[in-house]
Design a binder for this molecule. Structure first.
Ligand SMILES: NC(=O)c1ccc[n+]([C@@H]2O[C@H](COP(=O)([O-])OP(=O)(O)OC[C@H]3O[C@@H](n4cnc5c(N)ncnc54)[C@H](O)[C@@H]3O)[C@@H](O)[C@H]2O)c1
Ligand SMILES: [Zn+2]
Length: 351
């Protein structure tokens, strides 16, 4: 088993190991202050893994209950959070009890948010079951739900007490969702680790899945520890995301997945940097080659003007300057401040 300790405002451990799901109650015992645990999961994950979690909790003397919500991003709403809060209250969770979030990023974000606001904040443990949740969304303390007007617009910073990652859970994940997570792993390689990037180019990730998860989390943890509230270095994690979010919005968050959109975003921004002489030619081709290995798309037919409207009206805008995340090389990223009036020339390669 691998243990990573996150030293943020409230420190916690991340455990990584095959089969950990079946002994999760034992690990949860070490961080729990109360006796009651509400397990929150979605309708796809609960039938696969909830019984193992509930059994392990019972073996460790917990009284637990299971709350299941309908799977999918369309249910990442305040209404679902409301149902979770009702379930927590009906089960009689007190301030010293805890919630277990068992599922992908949607479950982790929702259950984390419900835990952040129930009785003004109770403990939660995250058991992420998608690759994206294991290497990205479960770490960093951000919890949220979507509003009619946009994604993740209501939320809170709330760290878990513990994250338990069992890579065996990934065996039931569809290839598309697995590759979706790989797009984020490629992103980590691009921004901080040429070694990781090269491994993704040459090896099958299934053969080094624990190393992969450990390396991605370590990168995210180091960045987040330096910048919990996202004013500086944490922006590097948004590499490929400004354009990626615009593509997701264009397709109304259906049709194209987050990782697929981010993949295209990484290629678009890197190619633009190359055309402006900010980066040696060829890096965007390397990223394209890596994405293609995982059947991830690498270009879009959406016109630039449409993408720009969608991308730069978003919440990360600061005054009339924007922060773009660019690469010096694979594994070396930096923030490039650009005046919004120069964006069009940047993306046309005529800066
Ligand atoms: N908090 C953050 O920092 C952060 C970061 C990145 C993404 N996110 C959020 O994460 C969400 C996306 O996460 P996701 O891709 O995990 O989506 P998801 O939770 O919807 O999971 C994807 C699908 O896989 C199913 N599933 C999950 N685990 C499975 C398993 N082991 N076997 C079979 N099926 C399984 C789910 O039921 C769902 O249908 C988005 O809402 C995004 O905003 C949050
Ligand atoms: Zn992402």
């Amino acid at each position: 088993m691998i243990t990573i300790t996150v030293n943020s405002e409230t420190g916690y451990n991340i455990l990584i190991g095959k089969g950990l799901l079946f002994s999760c109650g034992n690990s949860i015992r070490e961080v729990a202050r109360g006796q009651k645990v509400l397990v929150i999961s979605d309708t796809n994950v609960a039938p696969l893994y909830a019984q193992a979690v509930v059994d392990s909790l019972a073996e460790n003397g917990f009284e637990s209950d299971l709350f299941t919500f309908p799977a999918g991003e369309t249910n990442k709403t305040l209404e679902t959070v409301g149902h979770m809060l009702d379930a927590m209250s009906e089960f009689g969770l007190s301030r010293s009890d805890l919630v277990v979030a068992l599922g992908g990023g949607v479950c982790g974000d929702l259950a984390g948010f419900a835990s952040a606001i129930y009785l003004r904040g109770i403990d939660f443990v995250s058991i992420p079951t998608t690759l994206l949740a294991q290497i990205d969304s479960s770490v960093g303390g951000k919890t949220a739900c979507d509003l009619e007007s946009g994604k993740n617009l209501a939320g809170a910073f709330h760290n878990p007490q513990l994250i338990i990652i069992d890579p065996d859970c990934l065996s039931t994940l569809s290839e598309r969702y697995f590759n979706d997570g790989i797009a984020e792993a490629i992103k980590y390689g691009c921004i901080k680790s040429k070694t990781l990037f090269n491994r993704l180019l040459t090896e099958n990730p299934v053969d080094f899945i624990e190393d992969l998860i450990e390396e991605c989390i370590t990168i995210k943890k180091n960045v987040v520890e330096n910048d919990f509230r996202e004013n500086g270095e944490r922006m590097l994690l948004n590499f490929g995301h400004t354009i990626g979010h615009a593509i997701e919005k264009y397709y109304n968050f259906s049709e194209i997945s987050h990782g697929e959109a981010v993949g295209i975003g990484m290629v678009v921004i890197t190619a633009a940097a190359e055309q402006n002489g900010l980066l040696e030619i060829g890096i965007s081709d390397k990223i394209t080659a890596c994405l293609k290995l995982y059947s991830l798309p690498t270009h879009t037919t959406i016109p630039f003007e449409t993408l720009a409207d969608l991308a730069f009206a978003d919440k990360k805008r600061r005054g009339s300057y924007l922060n773009l995340v660019l690469l010096h090389d694979i594994g070396e990223s930096y923030i490039y401040k650009i005046n919004t009036s120069k964006l069009e020339s940047f993306f046309n390669g005529g800066l």
